[in-house]
Ligand binder design. Structure first.
Ligand code: KIV
Length: 270
C-alpha cells in the first residue's frame, strides 16, 4: 500500500490520473487509526459528530472546542491520510476575521491540515482569505446541513436547471477562490458529473453518484452503527450495532450468571 503522506497536491494528482479518492469521517483516535491503516486517503472530522457522536438532532449545536477535541484525537491516530476539520456553525459565517481565527486554531491546536466550510458564492471571499493566509480549504455544496432550517429538511438539491446552474457557478467561484476540493452532497449524479468535468480540483461526493472524483460517507452510517438513519446513498458495509448488541448482551448474561470473571481471568496471591 502507498504510504506517502496525502496532501492537497496528492489529491490533485489523483484527479488528473483518474484515481478515485476514498474519504470517510472520523471523530476518535481508534477509528482514525483503522481508517489510516486501511488506506483511506482523506479523513474528515465532520460536524456530523454533533449527531452521530453526541446525539443532537442536527449539526448546529457543536462547538469549536468540541471540534478541536475530536480533530486532535483523530490526528493522533493518523500517519498517511489528510485530516480535514469541519468548521462548526457560526465559526466562520460571522466575519472573515472570525473565520481566520477559528480556522487557524484547527491547524495550530489540533493539527488539522485543512478546514471545510459550507456554502457557495457567500463562502468564496472567506475561502480566498483563508487560502491567502496559508490555510487549505475544502468547499461543500448541495445539501449543506448547517442550512437545514433554510431548506426545511434534507431534500435532494440542484434538481432543476436553474438550481443546477447556480450550483455550477458556486463551484467555479469556490475553485477560483482557492478551494483544493469540494464536497458535493445529495445532488443528481448528472449535475455532479458535469461539475466534476468542469473543475480542475477534485469533487468528493456523498449522495452525488459515481462520477465524482472521490467519495465520502459518515463512518457510523457505513459501518452500521447509526441505526436510525436510512438513506439511498449509504451502503452498509457492516452491522457493528448488531455485533455490539450481541457482545453487550453476552457480557450482561455472563455477569448475571456469575460466569465472568473466571478464576483464569482473575489474579491470585500465589
Ligand atoms: O459533517 C460531515 O460529516 C460532512 C460530510 C457528510 C461530508 O460534512
Amino acid at each position: 500500500m502507498n504510504t506517502e503522506k496525502v496532501t492537497t497536491r496528492t489529491l490533485l494528482k489523483m484527479k488528473k490520473k483518474g484515481e478515485k479518492i476514498a474519504c470517510l469521517t472520523a471523530y476518535d483516535y481508534l477509528t482514525a487509526r483503522l481508517l489510516d491503516e486501511c488506506g483511506i486517503d482523506l479523513i474528515l472530522v465532520g460536524d456530523s459528530a454533533a449527531m452521530v457522536f453526541a446525539g443532537y438532532e442536527n449539526t448546529l449545536p457543536i462547538t469549536m472546542e468540541a471540534m478541536l477535541y475530536h480533530t486532535a484525537a483523530v490526528k493522533r491516530g493518523v500517519k498517511r491520510a489528510m485530516v480535514v476539520a469541519d468548521m462548526p456553525f457560526l465559526s466562520y459565517q460571522t466575519s472573515i476575521a472570525d473565520a481566520a481565527q477559528n480556522a487557524g486554531r484547527f491547524l495550530k491546536e489540533s493539527g488539522a491540515e485543512a478546514v471545510k466550510i459550507e456554502g457557495g458564492r457567500v463562502a468564496a471571499p472567506i475561502v480566498k482569505n483563508l487560502v491567502e493566509r496559508g490555510i487549505p480549504v475544502m468547499g461543500h455544496l448541495g445539501l449543506t446541513p448547517q442550512s437545514i432550517h433554510k431548506f426545511g429538511g434534507y431534500q435532494l438539491q440542484a434538481k432543476d436547471k436553474e438550481s443546477a446552474e447556480r450550483l455550477m457557478a458556486a463551484a467555479k467561484a469556490l475553485e477560483n477562490a482557492g478551494c483544493f476540493a469540494i464536497v458535493l452532497e445529495k445532488i443528481p449524479y448528472q449535475v455532479a458529473q458535469e461539475v466534476s468535468r468542469e473543475l480542475s480540483i477534485p469533487t468528493i461526493g456523498i449522495g452525488a453518484g459515481p462520477y465524482c472524483d472521490g467519495q465520502i460517507l459518515v463512518v457510523d452510517d457505513m459501518e452500521g452503527r447509526y441505526e436510525g438513519f436510512e438513506a439511498k446513498f449509504v451502503r452498509r458495509y457492516a452491522d457493528l450495532a448488531g455485533q455490539m448488541r450481541t457482545a453487550f448482551k453476552a457480557y450482561h448474561k455472563d455477569v448475571k450468571e456469575k460466569s465472568f470473571p473466571s478464576l483464569d481471568e482473575s489474579f491470585s496471591q500465589e
